[in-house]
Design a binder for this molecule. Structure first.
Ligand SMILES: [Fe+2]
Ligand SMILES: [Fe+2]
Length: 167
């Protein structure tokens, strides 16, 4: 009984992150276009490419559990992406734009990190070791992407926003 429930929960959460990843593919493309610094643009483009792999890995996990790869609307990621859109339009053409885009992107990464951390743990509990390994690979890439964003924020994004205020 307990296993059956965890099984269902795993499948439902997989659908949630599958939807989120596919929305993020589109969002990252837009954010790369909106970003001002070349470094941030590149970071968004690189992570968009990684995100394609995340989608493929999820398709493999669906295969492992014998279910069709199908997403389910995730309001959390829709909200995070919407906030990013708002920042992009409100701060367009200002020195704070990149800092705002980084903040929005990090919210998305943290959402993914939370989801993949949970899914990996459940996969292990369910004895789905191959699925757990796939989920962990993506989890590590999300964490690395988050670190890159922190580094860019520290080295340029926030600095520019502050300089503009001082001057
Ligand atoms: Fe991802
Ligand atoms: Fe990500």
């Amino acid at each position: 009984m307990a296993d059956k429930l965890l099984d269902d929960l795993f499948h439902e959460t997989l659908k949630d992150i599958y939807y989120a990843e596919r929305q993020l593919l589109k969002a990252l493309k837009k954010m790369a276009r909106a970003a001002q610094s070349d470094r941030l643009k590149q970071a968004f483009e690189d992570h968009r490419a990684e995100t394609e792999t995340h989608v493929e890995r999820l398709q493999k996990v669906f295969e492992i559990i014998g279910k069709p790869a199908r997403g389910k609307t995730c309001q959390a990621i829709d909200g995070i992406i919407e906030e990013g859109d708002e920042v992009a339009s409100e701060f367009k053409g200002t020195p704070a734009l990149d800092a705002g885009l980084i903040a929005a992107a990090q919210a998305a990464e943290h959402y993914e990190i939370a989801r993949y951390g949970t899914l990996r743990q459940w996969a292990t509990q369910l004895g789905l070791d191959d699925a757990a390994a796939l989920l962990e690979e993506t989890l590590n890439e999300e964490a690395a992407a988050d670190e890159v964003l922190t580094e860019i924020a520290e080295s340029e994004g926030n600095q520019e926003a502050m300089n503009a205020k001082d001057g």
